[in-house]
Design a protein around this ligand. Structure first.
Ligand SMILES: [Zn+2]
Length: 292
């Protein structure tokens, strides 16, 4: 398996979900095996933020990157698109502190990246990682169970006491059509969370064009729900985006996750790295130094 990047540059722009700023992202091919990197120009200076666990910062809603005083928030939908397309190396120039929300899903990012074209780098190999022993990670109310299996897969359950939700489940398995099954699932919030978000200065760019709002007795979503389990599919989209902070080629294990959230996903990703098996111990040590 060879590392993958894109063939040409492509841009997208729009309003950011939380800051409400106008934002433009430009995806650029990356000839070197340098991973997924966000690039910002601040006061004429180029700041590079590798999207890895070392730079991942906690947030109320979403996953942020922070390095040397520069931060970029809500990176998870772009990261999920990179996961879905199995892209290893990608530079992302960004004009603001948050990417554009687009329609609240990863669909438009995936379509733009596909339009740019995917290129395999025949001289650079991916690092395959697998797991041979099962384990469980529990943090607050989140549970993650990992089992050895033939191919990589995730079964995610989203639980909410809201009468319209209850239990929703979504599944992703290596080889599934990410664009068709996962990428289009939009972000959501409950009607009574809106005040909480606004009070924290969040959701300034949110509208029914990019968020599903769960009202007391109905879903408010532009064009109606895209899937009956769209909320669970979106939680799965977010989970894959957070796992992409490891930027590794997962093989031979499956994850069963329940009540996931970004903070717990990031903790889980760290544990997962320690459990992953590779033939090269030195590689693992070096990787840990740079990325964790
Ligand atoms: Zn999300």
């Amino acid at each position: 398996m060879f590392r993958r990047t894109i063939s040409a540059k492509v841009s997208l722009e729009g309003r950011a979900l939380h800051t409400g700023e106008h934002s433009k992202v430009t995806f650029l091919p990356s000839p070197t095996p340098s991973g997924i990197r966000f690039i910002r120009f601040e006061n004429g200076e180029k700041r590079i933020l590798p999207a890895n666990l070392a730079n991942a910062a906690e947030s109320v809603r979403g996953t942020n990157l922070k390095k040397n005083g520069t931060s970029i928030r809500t990176i998870e939908h772009i990261m999920s698109a990179a996961f879905g397309l199995s892209l290893d190396d990608l530079d992302i120039e960004i004009s603001a502190s948050e990417p554009p929300a687009m329609d609240g899903s990863a669909k438009e990012f995936v379509c733009a990246l596909l339009k740019a074209g995917i290129r395999e780098k025949r001289q650079q190999k991916k690092n395959p990682f697998s797991i041979s022993k099962q384990f469980e990670f529990v943090s607050r109310e989140s549970t993650y169970k990992v089992f050895p299996s033939e191919k990589f897969s995730v079964r995610l359950r989203y639980l909410n006491k809201h009468p319209l939700i209850g239990v929703e489940e979504a599944i992703y398995s290596e080889g599934d059509n990410y664009l068709k099954e996962i990428a289009g699932a939009r972000t959501f919030c409950l009607m009574d969370e809106i005040e909480f978000l606004r009070a924290r200065g969040l959701g300034k760019g949110g509208s029914l064009k990019n968020v599903i709002v769960v009202d007391s007795d109905k879903f408010l979503a532009e064009g109606g729900l895209r899937f009956t389990n769209e909320l669970a599919r979106h939680k799965l989209l977010d989970f894959l985006g957070d796992l992409k902070l490891l930027n590794l080629n997962f093989r031979n294990f499956s994850v069963e996750a329940e009540r996931t959230g970004h903070e717990q996903n990031i903790k889980f990703a760290r544990i997962l790295f320690e459990k992953l098996e590779t033939q090269e111990d030195k590689w693992k040590r070096d990787y840990r130094k740079v990325n964790l």
